[in-house]
Design a protein around this ligand. Structure first.
Ligand SMILES: Nc1ncnc2c1ncn2[C@@H]1O[C@H](COP(=O)(O)OP(=O)(O)O)[C@@H](O)[C@H]1O
Ligand SMILES: CC(=O)N[C@@H](CCC(=O)OP(=O)(O)O)C(=O)O
Length: 260
């Protein structure tokens, strides 16, 4: 499914960061893909690290429809966990795997436009693609951009963006192929069997039935939006599954295909 010269936008969920072996495996798969000339943008979450840091600071965790409510007294902790610890852990793993990595955030280089999504969510951002110059520069050097989902609004607010939605904006920006890697092998049906392919109607039905919920609902809806925008499928697969990574590295299709 990967078209020639298309940039691969690979998003990994935060649970990866709690698994050193899986992180190293992912980095070697990325290195293998890069060696064939494939340009890759790595986007990451870190929701579990944010949870840990909020708890350590006696802050309450609250989510609305899969998105973290982020009051102003929590944004510093969120930024530290995502743009700091998570981003640098991945940069360190990429460096260890022998790649040149640039740790960045959505807020860098005019890459996206960011606004407050919904006042009920506090400092949560909605982002749209803006300027690909910075990413293109990094990719043209043969380096690996590793992007956290912290954005900055025109008014100068630091904003917490769901990382699947961050990956969506970057995939649109570079007209890339989007792959969302999570801790599950794909989207499950009611019997927890991975569904090979899903279209808009099937997604709406499964969401209405409560079979697709929480973080997966956000993910699948982000994937559908990009699939429709680009007229090509988006993959939801696992970073845990070495076979899936191998197939992916060879340009194959794995997990669940979200159809336009
Ligand atoms: N139908 C479904 N198929 C797969 N996972 C689902 C489904 N519904 C809810 N989930 C949950 O969504 C989680 C993945 O979303 P999330 O935790 O946000 O991932 P990530 O941090 O990788 O972005 C899975 O671990 C699972 O618990
Ligand atoms: C607004 C919002 O929900 N932001 C997310 C950003 C991190 C994220 O999305 O991490 P995963 O990919 O690991 O889930 C959060 O604070 O958890």
């Amino acid at each position: 499914m990967m078209s020639a010269n298309s940039v691969l936008v690979l998003k990994v969920g935060g649970a990866l960061l709690q698994n050193e072996a899986a992180t190293l495996k992912l980095m070697s798969a990325i290195k293998e893909m890069g060696a064939t000339g494939q340009k890759i943008v790595l986007v990451h979450g870190g929701g579990c690290l944010v949870d840990e840091q909020l708890a350590a600071n006696d802050k309450q965790v609250s989510k609305l429809d899969g998105l973290r409510v982020t009051p102003s007294d929590q944004i510093g902790i969120v930024v530290g966990a995502l743009a700091g610890t998570s981003n640098k852990m991945l940069q360190a793993a990429a460096t260890k795997a022998g790649m040149v990595a640039v740790g960045m955030s959505l807020g860098d280089g005019n890459t996206v436009n960011a606004t407050i999504k919904d006042p009920r969510l506090g400092l949560v951002g909605e982002v749209t693609p803006n300027d690909a110059s910075y990413l293109s520069f990094i990719l043209d050097q043969g380096w690996l951009p590793i992007c956290s989902s912290i954005a900055i609004s025109a008014a100068g607010d630091m904003l917490n963006v769901n990382a699947d939605q961050a990956a969506t904006a970057l995939a649109k920006l570079v007209n890339g192929t989007l792959v969302l890697l999570s801790d599950v092998s794909g989207v499950w049906d009611a019997n927890k069997q991975v569904i090979k392919s899903l279209n808009k109607h099937e997604i709406e039905t499964l969401v209405a039935q409560g079979v697709i919920e929480k973080g997966m609902k956000v993910k699948v809806e982000a994937a559908l939006e990009v699939a429709q925008w680009m007229g090509k499928p988006v993959l939801v697969a696992s970073w845990q599954d070495t076979e899936q990574l191998k197939t992916l590295a060879q340009g194959g299709s794995v997990g669940t295909q979200i159809q336009p």
